[in-house]
Design a protein around this ligand. Structure first.
Ligand SMILES: [Mg+2]
Length: 308
């Protein structure tokens, strides 16, 4: 595989097979005309995701999924497991909750009118976290090498947020590309997300079916969906390629982060509702109350039928 960084590909090496969990949502399908670009969400859409989101997201999962404890079944805290696996030392002084609090604190410090949905750079978070005095003392180190920080971050992600390709994801991507659709991504993401996307097609992102200009990852912009920034970036890139917002359809599992946010940017929308782990209907969110996606798909292959 062409993964650009062997350390970060731990998220790929530790993948565990999963199947989607059926939902009771019924598909709503029709031909969508004049579409030139298909833009995808990653977690919960192209990838089955144990937590339904990238691990740095702090929304609780909606399903208690046994696969989210992948790797032996023991219920040891995932932060302790990740540090133990890479550094060989048990660190009972910290837990997943401590990591989440570090992320929440960082996000709160950067939230504002210009940045309603801040995104962390997870390697910075882990660098700060691992350099806590109590962890360094237990591990007997004065400073962590960046390579170790990356390894722990990737190992934690593999444990806390196991992923597996959504059925037919690669086939649908190839099928759409063969029909000359431009393909893109808007993802709440971290650095290892690219490894997972590359593993889907087994080809480097720059050489694969996605148009790099139409790939927008939240950690790069330090803002996340459903804030408008990532879709603003996408719409500008599409404009340069001569594609109007309404000539693109965005496919995602989350009625707020995906359907509402992409709809606000003028894109057509397809709600992916084929896996209970990642099903986010946001029924109690007033922003989603009157939101009707153009399509509701319960299998990704239905996109091939609607996008002739
Ligand atoms: Mg998603």
């Amino acid at each position: 595989m062409n993964h650009r960084n062997e350390t970060l590909s731990a998220v790929v090496q530790h993948q565990v097979p999963m199947d989607p969990l059926p939902t009771s949502v019924r598909p709503s399908l029709k031909p969508l005309r004049s579409i030139r670009a298909v833009i995808f969400d990653v977690y919960g859409t192209l990838l089955i995701s144990g937590s339904g989101e990238v691990g740095a997201a702090v929304d609780p999962p909606t399903v208690d999924d046994p696969a989210s404890d992948a790797g032996g079944g023991e219920r040891l805290d995932p932060v302790r497991r990740a540090i133990g696996a890479v550094c060989g030392v048990d660190v009972p002084v910290v837990s997943k909750q401590d990591l989440i609090e570090t992320i929440v604190h960082e996000n709160d410090a950067h939230r504002g009118a210009e940045r309603p949905n801040p995104e962390v750079e997870i390697l910075d978070i882990w660098d700060k976290f691992l350099n806590r005095q109590e962890i360094r003392s237990l591990c007997g180190v004065s400073h962590w090498d960046a390579r170790v920080v990356s390894e722990v971050a990737a190992r934690y992600e593999a444990i806390a947020n196991p992923t597996w390709p959504m059925p037919s994801a690669a086939k649908v991507i190839t099928g759409l590309r063969n029909r000359d659709f431009r393909l893109g991504i808007v993802s709440n993401a971290q650095v290892f997300t690219i490894d997972l996307v590359q593993a889907l097609s087994d080809i480097a992102l720059a050489d694969g079916p996605f148009d790099l200009d139409l790939c927008v990852f939240s950690n790069r912009f330090r803002q996340s969906k459903p804030g408008p920034r990532l879709f603003d970036v996408l719409v500008r890139a599409m404009e340069k390629a001569g594609i109007a917002p309404e000539q693109a359809v965005y496919v995602g599992n989350d009625m707020l982060n995906d359907v509402w946010a992409a709809g606000n940017a003028g894109l057509k929308t397809a709600w992916y509702a084929g896996d209970r782990r990642s099903l986010r209907d946001r029924a109690n969110d007033p922003r989603c109350r009157d939101k009707i996606p153009d399509l509701v798909v319960t299998e990704l292959t239905q996109l091939l039928d609607c996008l002739g």
